[in-house]
Ligand binder design. Structure first.
Ligand code: ADP
Ligand code: MG
Length: 492
């Protein structure tokens, strides 16, 4: 979707001194491909390693070395394209993008320019209010990453580390369909979630395996697009939000002052929270793109694409739709649960044979809440999905109250063990036996004649009695039974 005229919702308009402004954003995300080897060499593509440990002659651009395309990287790009519901081009071309930089020994980057491997696709954003926004993808192409210059090891010298040189990147370019900071954040989050489901990029922004060039412009509502600035290499979702906010304010201030926006590349200074100019369009590189004579056009069969398509996992959007239709979840809860593939799988196991909504509430509030608080991931989760499922079953069967269930979860979290056995051994079973509850009720009524009178005048006071009975039963009395018996005995 190229939505030049996509209307900005009123809540996303920015009010300036002279009226409203629309924010227009387009993102170019660089995602490092998960593969053992680099795009055109057999050197390892892993993060880390001692400097210049993962470098072949090809990556160091030794004379006479020739690139050989890595089939795995091509497959990963196709998988990603399919996950973005995009057109896969069975014929694409690698070009040389020429520029000089010390960490680029070839003097050019092998990239794709006019004929990328993946064409138009889309990403759906799930807004908090349950609505869905579509952001168009213009293209995805494969390219080499550059090396890294290190300036802080020596007073007067710079070091170059070529470990990253030649690692495969997918550049995923969106149309300028994004209309707010919130949408930009959701877009990067959703893209990352899709890449992780597909296993094509680990999405770790702090390790640099995903980074974004953020294009920002403003315009009067409904008018033509304004001139944009591009903020380079933003490596966290939070910083991206700050960079866009700063850039929008800066551009609006210039325009309201009667000035003009100069198209330029800017950097976001994370310490100062502001963007500053790196180079203007006039100083922009002329990359002198041309087809790389060392590489034939990349061609593969539609059959291979179909085979890859058949092996794709269920992706977040489809999973979300299924959670809503089959398990009765709200769009919001379903969105929360499918964002992470492991979380979704965990939830589905917990929800087996019990009410889907009850399981969703339990997983989101109890399980995720505790995991966040204790900084625990699924790999070292002390309460298994099966144990959570057992706890929810016991609540549903009336064996334990919701309150006891939380205590039980805490015990299993800290001490381990089987939930049913713990309930049995520690006498945590809910008392539904009306005789036992009646005895508690009778005692409390006998001991508090003044409160009885008060409750008869003001029926809301029953809450106090319920609290007393629950306390006397150590939280084990079935609250519904308690309510019923109290009403009857108090004559309410
Ligand atoms: P270039 O080839 O100069 O990099 P592109 O047309 O490929 O320019 O656009 C690069 C990125 O900039 C895309 O993500 C696109 O969505 C975004 N973009 C283009 N025009 C605008 C605009 N007026 N405001 C914000 N983003 C824009
Ligand atoms: Mg571009």
């Amino acid at each position: 979707m190229y939505a030049e005229n996509r209307k900005t919702e009123a809540k996303n308009l920015i009010s300036g001194a002279t009226g409203d402004w629309e924010l227009i954003i387009g993102l170019e995300v660089h995602a490092q491909v998960i593969s053992k080897a680099k795009l055109f060499s057999g050197a390892p593509a892993d993060f880390g390693g001692a400097p210049n440990d993962h470098v072949s002659f090809v990556d160091a651009a030794m004379p006479g070395m020739l690139p050989v395309i890595n089939r795995k990287c091509v497959e990963q790009a196709i998988r990603t394209g399919l996950g973005l519901k995009a057109k896969i081009n069975t014929r694409s071309v690698f070009d040389r993008k020429n520029y000089f930089y010390p960490d680029l020994p070839q003097g050019y980057q092998i990239s794709q320019f006019k004929q990328p491997i993946v064409g138009e696709g889309k990403v759906l954003l799930d807004l908090e209010d349950g609505s869905v926004v579509e952001v168009g993808i213009e293209r995805l192409h494969l390219e080499q990453d550059a090396g890294k210059s290190v300036h802080d090891k020596h007073d007067s010298k710079s070091h170059v580390d070529l470990n990253r040189s030649g690692v495969a990147l997918m550049e995923i370019v969106s149309y300028p369909d994004i209309r707010s900071i919130e949408e930009a954040k959701l877009y990067v989050g959703k893209l990352r979630s899709i890449l992780r489901y597909l296993g094509t990029c680990d999405g770790n922004m702090d390790e640099g395996s995903m980074r974004a060039d953020v294009n920002v412009s403003v315009r009067r509502p409904g008018e033509e697009f304004g001139t944009r600035c591009e903020i380079k290499n933003v490596n966290s979702i939070r910083f991206m939000g700050q960079a866009i906010a700063y850039e929008a304010d800066r551009q609006i201030a210039i325009l309201e002052d009667g000035g003009e926006i100069v198209q330029e590349t800017r950097l976001f200074d994370t310490a100062k929270g502001e963007t500053r100019s790196m180079r203007s369009k006039e100083e922009a590189h002329d990359y002198r793109y041309f087809p790389d004579p060392d590489l034939l056009p990349l061609e593969f069969s539609q059959d291979w694409v179909d085979e890859i398509a058949a092996g794709l996992p269920e992706l977040p959007d489809e999973k979300k739709a299924r959670f809503i239709s089959e398990l009765g979840l709200s769009a919001y809860d379903a969105g929360v649960l499918v964002a992470d593939r492991e979380a979704a799988a965990f939830y589905e196991e917990v929800a087996g044979g019990v009410d889907g909504k009850a399981a969703a509430n339990w997983v989101i509030n109890e399980v995720f809440g505790r995991m966040n608080r204790d900084g625990v991931g699924f790999a070292d989760m002390p309460v298994s999905a099966a144990a959570n499922n057992a706890i929810i079953r016991m609540i549903a069967d009336g064996d334990i109250s919701g309150k006891i269930a939380k205590d039980l979860f805490d015990i299993v979290w800290r001490e381990g063990g089987d939930p049913a056995e713990i309930v049995e051994a520690r006498g945590m079973k809910q008392v539904s036996d009306t005789g036992a509850i009646e005895r508690f009720v009778d005692e409390i009524i006998a001991a508090n004649p003044d409160k009885v009178e008060a409750a008869q005048a003001k029926p809301k006071m029953i809450g106090w009695f319920v609290g007393q009975v629950m306390q006397a039963s150590q939280g084990k009395a079935n609250p519904q039974a308690v309510n019923q018996i109290l009403k009857q005995k108090l004559g309410l």
